[in-house]
Design a binder for this molecule. Structure first.
Ligand SMILES: NC(=O)c1ccc[n+]([C@@H]2O[C@H](COP(=O)([O-])OP(=O)(O)OC[C@H]3O[C@@H](n4cnc5c(N)ncnc54)[C@H](OP(=O)(O)O)[C@@H]3O)[C@@H](O)[C@H]2O)c1
Length: 309
């Protein structure tokens, strides 16, 4: 019950911040700034939707990433060589597939203590076995463990954070990677009452970050890395309609997804400002580009987005 109260307060704080930010115009459209925004808000009015300029800029960025990311990233080493990470503790959510799996594998192979925070522990254990088998026989065993975390349940988030914090151990990096994009599917809500994209991609990771703050401070200088998306640029967070149920904004899966990613960017910015600099906890949101994974099958997504424009 204590956990229940704690997560309610934490989630409440977050949406309160967003609401305040939205009212001052800082938590709204993806482009989110400039003359156009001021004009749309008019004399103290709330912004109701993305302006056409922000909307066009956002879609250009999204489509541009689709076509030009290979060129833009061609100077980067692949794979990127990591320094030795012995003694560094890193939690990676959604480490059983796609980007999270690759992050967890590479960090573990660089010597980090990796915690795979996943909803399918059995799969995670099988992966660890596979990675271990791939290592040469004389090398040290990987320092990887599995902890159960189902982000669609706020109780699961609280349970996870309580279990980790009870160790009184430092946490150096939290990678909020897990996410969903239920392309073309109807709107769904979590048991906690939130639209699923908003819940899994923003609210649960935000709660996790807040609850793990004591461990992150213990591990300072430490970092929260949110795996975000260029699609946040076409999102619009209406603090009075976070669930997209009022009828003001018609639900579409891409809107649910991009709104949740924008909410994460806005929240991260507010959260970062709230943490005293001396605590040494930094927050970044990163866009991985377009990667062929379970969540994104590029051809399918591109066709879907084009049909939606
Ligand atoms: N792929 C892209 O082009 C792209 C572009 C921009 C941003 N992103 C972001 O990158 C992140 C990783 O996505 P991905 O592309 O690697 O897709 P993915 O292969 O589908 O991986 C998503 C991961 O999230 C986990 N997950 C989903 N719902 C969960 C829940 N309720 N509780 C715990 N874990 C949950 C999944 O678990 P299971 O393995 O159990 O299904 C999976 O491990 C997401 O945040 C996504 O929005 C991806």
């Amino acid at each position: 019950m204590a956990g229940d109260l704690r997560h309610r307060r934490a989630a409440g704080d977050a949406s309160g911040e967003e609401e305040r930010a939205a009212k001052t115009g800082t938590s709204s459209g993806g482009g989110g700034d400039g003359v156009e925004e001021a004009a749309e808000r008019g004399s103290g009015g709330r912004k109701e939707a993305l302006g056409w300029l922000e909307w066009s800029r956002g879609w250009l960025a999204t489509v541009g990433e689709f076509f030009f990311q290979r060129i833009a990233a061609s100077h980067l080493a692949n794979p990127l060589e990591l320094p030795p990470l012995d003694g560094v503790s890193i939690i990676v959510t959604g480490a059983t597939s796609g980007i999270g799996l690759e992050i967890a594998r590479q960090l573990a192979q660089a010597g980090a203590h990796v915690v795979m925070a996943v909803r399918r522990p059995k799969t995670a254990h099988e992966l660890i076995q596979k990675w271990q088998n791939e290592k040469s026989e004389c090398s040290m065993p990987l320092n990887v463990e599995v902890m159960e975390l189902d982000l669609i349940s706020l109780d699961s988030v609280v349970k996870f954070a309580d279990a980790w914090n009870a160790r009184m151990a430092p946490l150096h990096v939290l990678i909020n990677n897990a996410g969903i994009f239920t392309i073309g599917e109807p709107q769904r809500f979590s048991k906690d009452g939130y639209e699923e994209h908003m819940h899994v991609n923003h609210l649960a990771p935000a709660l996790l970050a807040m609850l793990l703050l004591p461990s992150l401070i213990r591990g300072s200088p430490s970092r929260i890395i949110n795996v975000n998306s260029v699609m946040h640029t076409i999102g619009f967070v209406d603090a009075e309609d976070m669930n997209l149920t009022s009828g003001k904004h018609k639900y579409k899966s891409w809107l649910g997804y991009s709104n949740s990613k924008l909410a994460q960017v806005k929240f991260s910015s507010i959260f970062h400002r709230r943490i005293p600099a001396e605590a040494g906890v930094h927050i970044v949101c990163s866009s991985p580009g377009i990667v062929h994974t379970n969540v994104v099958k590029p051809r399918y997504v591109f066709t879907y987005l084009l049909l939606c424009i």
